[in-house]
Design a protein around this ligand. Structure first.
Ligand code: PGA
Length: 245
């Protein structure tokens, strides 16, 4: 099971302290099959890496530029830079970036560059509220998957995070039968259209210690991408505990 902490645009050096508890927890449960990945803002990647270097926790970034290496791109960070700093994972296609204008084509380019340089990709997909109301969720998900992953090799380095846009930061989660249907649909597309043998699909959107027991009852879910609730160590640990115990 994967547990990804997406800190978004929050956190400073002081917040690193909250990692102590999580490191202790991860160490204690090291024999359980759990993968804890922290994705802090760029400004904290280096400090995080120093802190988690010899622990059971992995480092990830929240985005990157589509260009593989260095270049004249003011304000951007390349996949290679992330790799050099110790990132093993990177979130691509988050709806908050899509909302700012990131296209499926750019997402596809970014994923290609990340895979080329050996990063694992957490690829976010999900329908908006109006798409859900129009009952075109499956069509949207299929489209996001096939264009985002077009001509991509080594797709075992890609984990899908299914995040309904209307569920992010709202406290709303899908009905369990809907979630089950959508997760199964995503896995079917990944297996059939992209020939991925054992696809991993996470759920993200308002996951918290209270609703995680229900969410984890969906057999196809391989973990959670957690935003708000990942900023407090106790909440994040509770989410992991309630999933694995
Ligand atoms: P949330 O965010 O848990 O705060 O809803 C999830 C995400 O955006 O990845």
């Amino acid at each position: 099971m994967y547990f990804i902490a997406n800190w978004k645009m929050y956190g400073d050096l002081k917040s690193l302290k909250s990692l102590d508890k999580v490191i202790k927890f991860a160490n204690y449960h090291k024999r359980k099959k759990i993968m804890i990945i922290y994705c802090p803002p760029y400004t904290l990647l280096h400090s995080f890496q120093n802190k988690i270097k010899k622990t059971k926790i992995f480092l990830g970034a929240q985005n990157c530029h589509a260009e593989l290496s260095d270049g004249p791109f003011t304000g951007s960070i390349s996949p290679k830079m992330l790799k050099r700093i110790g990132s093993k994972y990177v979130i691509i296609g988050h709806s908050e970036n899509r909302f700012e204008g990131e296209t499926d084509l750019q997402i596809n380019k970014k994923i290609k560059s990340c895979i080329k340089c050996g990063l694992n990709v957490i690829f976010c997909i999900g329908e908006t509220h109006s798409q859900k109301k129009k009952k075109i969720t499956s069509q949207i998900l299929k489209n996001q998957i096939t264009t985002g992953l077009k001509k991509i090799k080594f797709s075992n380095k890609i984990i899908i995070a299914y995040e309904p846009v209307w569920s992010i930061g709202t406290g709303l989660i899908p009905k369990l039968y809907e979630l089950d249907k959508n997760v199964n649909f995503i896995k079917k597309v990944l297996k059939k259209n992209l020939k991925i043998k054992n696809p991993k699909v996470l759920y993200g959107g308002s996951v918290n210690p209270k609703n995680v027991k229900n969410l984890r009852s969906i057999a196809g879910i391989d973990g959670f991408l957690v935003g708000g609730a990942s900023q407090k160590a106790n909440n994040f640990i509770d989410i992991v505990k309630k999933t694995i115990i």
